[in-house]
Design a protein around this ligand. Structure first.
Ligand SMILES: Cc1cc2nc3c(=O)[nH]c(=O)nc-3n(C[C@H](O)[C@H](O)[C@H](O)COP(=O)(O)OP(=O)(O)OC[C@H]3O[C@@H](n4cnc5c(N)ncnc54)[C@H](O)[C@@H]3O)c2cc1C
Length: 434
């Protein structure tokens, strides 16, 4: 597939707008401070945060703590699991993204004591802070799926796109085999909050598309077992997905939450309002419940009651991402206990807000920037086509490129946004340039 000149410039303009590179506003003079800022997690949000703060502050002591050496570009997992990119497409080294002035402690955080303003690492070090930015992302709770373990991925029709780049590559092998042989394809999502809620749907569409390309679609059933009464939380997007599912001939069922896998019998058990029920599979993409990492759930930082308390998301104000009970603590990225926003695209809009409020606090002022819940999902509907779905806290569609990219249409340009432009945008964000 070739990109015409006109489409290319449209895409470039789109990517530039998304990265904010087209008209970078003049930066204010650096704020002098000796503040100790600790950032927990050096993924998408933590890394972007470190670079932005390094750019804004002079003399601050910025420390990141993260035990994983590799940085994972997770939106690439879907492309890896579709056989379009190799596993190393998503892998870089964390230190390569960090500002030189920042210190990285390559360990996991084991304990957080927000009253004493200190954190303890797994290796036993204590790190004190004046300001804490929590960017620890999500724990994929694989143990919650009885009968499942990650060493099954790639064999006997079991996939796990979310588990990491190598598992995404193994998932592709299983999906490739399934779309040769046919049988029962079974897809679903967890009932918890989750990162990129569009990803389970995308992978269902992609599997269907591969089967059609191989002319094996009539050898299989594709079932999507929704966790609630809808496929997607934004009603207008849900309706579009419903229409596309119907068009593609998917079987659908509702209020199904995966409990266990029996790989010997190739059966998945779901809890439903009517009790447990079994569905067969020859290929399935296992997606587990998603909760805050244990270190957060064992701390005083999560919501104390309400629907996010059990999952452990940080109790922050949904507009400025500042902790409600510990004002020197901020959340950014997937860990934030806010109604929307568990995507890398949300991180891009959250980071400047936290930067603004944190720097203002250092200066003894009030920040002014607000996060509106912006979340984006380039929802692939077949290889070469996607819908660029963007929405806010109020479920309003907030297209970045009105007149260029229509949000609910299956477009090639939206596919290019995912396949080509998103990674460049993401990398610019990591560097603090977006
Ligand atoms: C399959 C898939 C497809 C996706 N597709 C898209 C997409 O198309 N568009 C989009 O915008 N987003 C997409 N996303 C979502 C996006 O990748 C995440 O929302 C984004 O990475 C969130 O950034 P984060 O910094 O909050 O978390 P992460 O990037 O996950 O970083 C969290 C960091 O915390 C570290 N950490 C965890 N526990 C500890 C601990 N105890 N101590 C120290 N460090 C710790 C981890 O090692 C990690 O480096 C997708 C995700 C997946 C899995």
């Amino acid at each position: 597939m070739k990109t015409s000149r006109r489409q290319f410039f449209g895409l470039a303009a789109g990517a530039a707008a998304l990265t904010g590179l087209q008209a970078a506003p003049a930066r204010a003079a650096k704020v002098k401070t000796r503040a100790k800022i600790v950032i927990l997690g050096a993924g998408a949000a933590g890394t972007a945060m470190a670079n932005r703060l390094d750019d804004r502050l002079k003399g601050a002591e910025i420390t990141l703590i993260d035990g994983r050496k590799q940085h994972w570009y997770q939106p690439g997992f879907t492309l890896i699991a579709s056989g379009l990119k190799p596993a190393d497409y998503s892998v870089t080294q964390t230190p390569d993204w960090l500002p030189r002035s920042a210190k990285l402690i390559p360990e996991y955080v084991a304990e957080i004591d927000p009253a004493a303003k200190k954190v303890m690492t797994a290796g036993g070090a204590t790190v004190e802070y004046d300001y804490l930015v929590v960017a620890l992302g999500i724990k994929l709770d694989w143990d919650a799926i009885e009968g499942f373990s990650l060493d099954m991925v790639g064999e006997n029709g079991i996939g796990a796109v979310y588990a990491g780049p190598d598992y995404a590559a193994k998932t592709w092998k299983a999906m490739d085999r399934f779309t040769d042989e046919g049988g029962e394809g079974l897809f679903y999502r967890p009932a918890t909050e989750m990162k990129c809620a569009g990803a389970p749907l995308k992978y269902t569409f992609i599997t269907d598309d591969y089967a059609r390309r191989k002319d094996t679609r009539d050898k299989m059933n594709i079932t999507y077992a929704a966790h609630s009464k809808s496929f997607f939380g934004v009603p207008i997007v849900n309706e579009k997905v419903r229409m596309l599912f119907e068009d593609r001939g998917f079987e659908t069922t509702f209020d199904h939450v995966l409990k266990s896998i029996d790989p010997a019998r190739k059966l998945a058990t779901f809890s439903t309002p009517e009790g447990d029920t079994e569905l067969p599979y020859d290929f399935t993409n296992v997606i587990p419940p998603q909760v805050a990492p244990d270190v957060i759930r064992n701390s005083d930082l999560p919501w104390q009651d309400g629907k996010w308390a059990a999952q452990g998301w940080l109790e922050v104000d949904k507009y400025n991402l500042q902790h409600v009970r510990y004002p020197e603590v901020f959340a950014v990225g997937d860990i934030a206990g806010v109604p929307k926003g568990k995507t890398a695209a949300s991180v891009k809009w959250q980071v400047p807000v936290v930067e603004d409020h944190l720097v203002a606090a250092i200066e003894g002022k009030e920040g002014t920037k607000l996060y509106n819940g912006y979340t984006s999902c380039p929802m692939i509907t077949r290889i070469g086509r996607a819908m660029l779905v963007e929405f806010d806290y109020n479920n309003n569609l907030v297209p970045s490129f009105p007149g260029i990219i229509a949000p609910l249409e299956e477009l090639w340009i939206s596919w290019l946004m995912k396949e080509v432009a998103l990674k460049a945008t993401y990398n610019a964000m990591l560097r603090g340039k977006a």
